[in-house]
Ligand binder design. Sequence first.
Ligand SMILES: [Zn+2]
Length: 49
Amino acid sequence: MAEMAYCVKCRAKTEMVDAERVTMKNGRPAMKGKCAKCGTGMYKILPTK
Ligand SMILES: [Zn+2]
């Protein structure tokens, strides 16, 4: 299952690989992974309920 996220290096939405669910310092859930094209680390903030 591919996660899409914004890559600051590609300046476009790209596929996220090695995606894992993490919790940020402020308690918000996020997806952490790497850009499939350039390998840059990327975050995707998940909506909170
Ligand atoms: Zn990229």
